[in-house]
Design a protein around this ligand. Structure first.
Ligand SMILES: [Zn+2]
Length: 146
C-alpha cells in the first residue's frame, strides 16, 4: 500500500493535471468560478492531508493531528484498516460525519446549544465535501492499483 507522501503527490498531481488537460482539450466553455474552485481545493487539501482513509491505522496522516489524534481513536477501533474506511463512495462521508459529530458535541458542551443556521448547508459546504470525496476516491484508487 502506498505511503502518506505517495498518496499526497498522486492526489495533487491529479488535482492539477485534470484542469490542465481540460483546458488543453478546449473545455474552456465550462463556467469557471474562482470561489468554487478555491472551496473545492480547500476540501481536497483537507481530504488529502487530514481526513484520509488511513486514519484507521497509526499512519502519518493521524500523526498530523498532533494531540487531537485522540479524537480518531474510536474511529480506529470501529473501522478495520482497508475496509469501510477505504470505501470509495461512503468512506469520506463517514469520516466527515464522525468528526462533525465530535465538533458539534464539543460546541454543545461549550455553548449549551447547537450553532444556528446549520440546517441548510450552503453550496460551498457541498463543494467542500465534494473536494474531500474526490481526495478520498483518489486515495482508494491508488490503494487498489498498488
Ligand atoms: Zn489507504
Amino acid at each position: 500500500m502506498p505511503g502518506y507522501n505517495v498518496h499526497r503527490v498522486f492526489n495533487y498531481a491529479v488535482f492539477i493535471a485534470v484542469p490542465v488537460l481540460l483546458y488543453l482539450w478546449n473545455f474552456s466553455a465550462i463556467d469557471i468560478n474562482l470561489k468554487n474552485i478555491l472551496v473545492l481545493a480547500v476540501g481536497f487539501y483537507i481530504g488529502t492531508d487530514f481526513i484520509t482513509p488511513d486514519l484507521d491505522i497509526e499512519s502519518t496522516a493521524i500523526k498530523r493531528w498532533g494531540k487531537l489524534k485522540i479524537l480518531w481513536l474510536p474511529y480506529k477501533w470501529l473501522f478495520k484498516h482497508g475496509q469501510s474506511s477505504h470505501n470509495i463512495v461512503y468512506g469520506a462521508i463517514v469520516r466527515v460525519l464522525y468528526i462533525s459529530l465530535i465538533i458539534l458535541g464539543v460546541y454543545y458542551l461549550l455553548f449549551k446549544s447547537l450553532p444556528s443556521g446549520m440546517i441548510a448547508p450552503s453550496v460551498y459546504v457541498l463543494i467542500f465535501l465534494i473536494g474531500i470525496m474526490i481526495a478520498n476516491a483518489l486515495h482508494v484508487l491508488l490503494d487498489i492499483l498498488f
